[in-house]
Ligand binder design. Sequence first.
Ligand SMILES: *Cc1c(COP(=O)(O)O)cnc(C)c1O
Length: 426
Amino acid sequence: MEFKNTREFAQNLDANDPLAKYKEEFIFPKVNNKEVIYFTGNSLGLQPKLAKKYVDEVMTDWANLAVEGHFYADKPWWDYHERFSEKLAKVVGAKSHEIAVMNTLTVNLHLLMVSFYRPTKKRFKIICEEKAFPSDQYMIASQVKFHGLDPKKAIVEVKKREGENCFRTEDILAVIKEVGEECALVLIGGVNYYSGQVLDMKTITHAGHEAGAIVGWDLAHAAGNIELKLHEWDVDFAAWCSYKYMNSGPGNASGCYINEKYHGLNNIPRFEGWWGHNKERRFLMEPEFQPEPDANAWQISNAPILAMAPYLASLEMFDEVGMPALIEKRNRIVAYLEFILEDIDKGVEGTTFEIITPANQDERGTQLSVFLHGEGKELFNYLMKNGVITDWREPNVIRLAPAPFYCSYEDMYDFGQILKKGLRSH
Ligand SMILES: *Cc1c(COP(=O)(O)O)cnc(C)c1O
């Protein structure tokens, strides 16, 4: 499609956008009395209006029913977490019994590593990406040390090539091959938080298995953003947070995927608690643990219903719209944003905006990471002051994620106009 950097053109795209009406379903912060242009749905998604209703329902049930709410609330609490399984399974391409919603992301990755990182004398290495999200780095290093191993010997980082911004699949495959029989686990971010690059999870998972390793994915920046086929790709395990693209609210519950081949095993190492116990017998308070037959065997504590209520509201919206429609709009709005950036760049001397996210739509999701040449943090501060909410990553990168659920094409046009005025060369 030929794009134009005009308000009329952007408005026309909005008029033909089947998802345009969903903008109304979210609450936007205001700057200078105007709703912001929100580019940080990759960090904290906006609040869906439905979220408050779901929280209020729990508050009301708690007030009216107290402990009886476990069984007699409109959405009973004792199996509230199961309401997520089927809908989340569609978002990540899993079977519904492979899904568990619980805890928070880093906590879940730790718990999953208890089951899936079982180093032996010979096979003890973990392959991850260089400069992984800090929490993942701390998590992996502490797990390795917990097993009495030296992170310097046990962690192998896949590196980007000199002067390049993204990982090459061939380089990841080469590292997996090289580590070979020593590789216990491959654990990488499916979408890189810094560059927005989408990794070839299918190919990498297959290669990890060829080497005899377990393969897990951190899907913090992938869930609700890109198409996932976790079951089909035969991924062993994965986890994601829900407050980024999935709009569930700050610090909210994480989702996990655990491949069905690990369900119902008696000898799998796992940290256990009563919410993972056979639910029909949970309240009989028996001494011996009887795991749920599915991913919920990994549940530990009773679910934080108040926190999960907004996640459920948001998930129902995802279910209504479906990932294919979100992805279709995502591809177009990201391409439009890219065009706007290029168009403004043409009007200034030299290159100001270097998009470090892959240009290929199959290798990126909603986020464009833009390296600013000849501009600095003042530009970011200026954007924030003028109602463009974005984020800054050292040394000189802003990340722009126009979430297809609530960003409009006109937002992209308006952003371009504001940006133009903020450039040094202006
Ligand atoms: C956002 C993010 C996290 C955050 O972890 P929490 O445990 O939810 O605080 C972890 N890993 C990656 C890759 C992320 O993008």
